[in-house]
Design a protein around this ligand. Sequence first.
Ligand SMILES: [Zn+2]
Length: 442
Amino acid sequence: MSEQKYNLVCGLEIHVELNTRSKMFCGCKNDPFEALAPNSFVCPVCLGMPGALPVPNKQAIESTVRLGLALGCSINRHSRFDRKHYRYPDLPKGYQITQYELPFCYGSSLQTSEGPVRLRRIHLEEDTAKLLHAKNKGEESRIDFNRGGVPLMELVTEPDIVSSAQAKEFGKKLRNIILYLGISDADLERGNMRLEASVSLRKEGETALPSYKVELKNINSFGFMEKAIQFEIKRQTALLEHGEQPAQETRGWHEQTGETVLQRSKENAEDYRYFPDPDIPLIELSEELISKLKADIPELQSAKVERWKKEYGIEERYGTLLSEERTEADMWEALFIVLKKDGISVADFVKDVSNKKTLFTAVSSVADIRAHYLAKKSADAPSPEKIAEAVALVISENAKAVADYKAGSEKAIMFLLGQAFKKLQTKLGADLIKEEFLKQLI
Ligand SMILES: [Zn+2]
């Protein structure tokens, strides 16, 4: 029997709560984590009272478009909001306001080390309320509407992902861009960034999409997503090898058992009966606004790492390490500028701090790090006695270079300096060594 190989077909849906001041369609405070009590940031609009009129949040729309522009997406100049109908207690209107046919952003792709992942769309919707399920018999389930109506951005990829590692890399890259743009805290643990992966398998060599997909929902860490996909590959492979087609269903990740578990099976595609929300006018984005938003996009990590390489000679792996967060990256760069002025090699400095990160755990300001670094450097530098000894030795062993130097050769002093470095087995204290040569050669 020949061994059949199956390949992963995976797409992602990523929800991100935006950090706007107010909610998506009302003036209530958008800060569910800081609310002192459940249902304290609510009004008739986000409670879904009949007749209450939604007004779209401009900041949320701009944040969504900024992400789209940063990712190179096309922007729909005319866009609109639609109603998606379903019944669940976390959605009192009986429908969610979302975008269906005309999302704000579409197209483009994000590069990963295993190839590009195409982006299908980025749209905006309202988050649902939080259900607090009864834990014990006799208790009531409760609903907290502080989260209801919070602006929720959804990014959907095409099923281009071929490995669990690639899914993780994509998610991390996207999160990094979101943080650089400052449009969300993208905190997975708190749930303001949520991951969903659709996973199916096809025989090697096949190109058509499989006729089923398993949706992995509510995953709150990149590591869990990676594990959940790996588990699904094993589970689905075993089914396919027995001639069974995996069922179309939604599964969750159970960290304790390390398995995915069935949440609900989907017989047919649900009919949400989408239609344009008649209470919200068409959204028109002017060319002027789009250009302004484009101009506001900060330098992203990948571009920064590239520039650091050119400007300071910083190796890519170290540049990536020091630029994970934008504010931290800015801090490092402020320091690079100072060091460069001091005539210190930024590339060497970065290599040093990246390899001994502990040195800097207790310090936070640029001035602190600089002082620390210089102190460390001078502590590692050879003592004046050692320098004097080495210089004397080099002079006695290199009569020709000494003569050349005395005849005015600039190269000769560089050669002698190099010999001293070799003797001392370090380049630290170069200035002192040079001084010592000048002193002894008078
Ligand atoms: Zn409200």
